[in-house]
Ligand binder design. Structure first.
Ligand SMILES: [Zn+2]
Length: 94
């Protein structure tokens, strides 16, 4: 256990891609209760282009959903949500 702790210490101030992608949705909704975890994700998004792009895409999607929600039909909303989920699942595979 101590060896493991030492191994992860070098990246302790930054979340991994997997950690970020798992929590990205909650992070973008500002639903991460742990301030330190939220900061780790923020640092990661600053340096990791792939996660940063993904965060931007999901932010855009969420903004579109909010803009369109009152007028758009339920089918289109479902397709958008499905697309966002697909992005997240792709991230979790790697
Ligand atoms: Zn990343």
């Amino acid at each position: 256990m101590k060896a493991l702790m030492r191994m992860v210490r070098s990246t302790d101030d930054m979340a991994s891609c997997i950690e970020v992608l798992r929590n990205l949705d909650a992070y973008l909704d500002q639903e991460i209760p742990d301030q330190r975890a939220a900061r780790r994700i923020a640092s990661h998004l600053e340096v990791c282009r792939r996660c940063g792009m993904r965060a931007e895409t999901i932010t855009e999607l969420k903004a579109s959903l909010r803009r369109l929600a009152p007028t758009v039909d339920a089918g289109a909303l479902d397709r958008l949500r499905h697309f966002a989920r697909t992005l997240e699942e792709q991230g979790n595979d790697r």
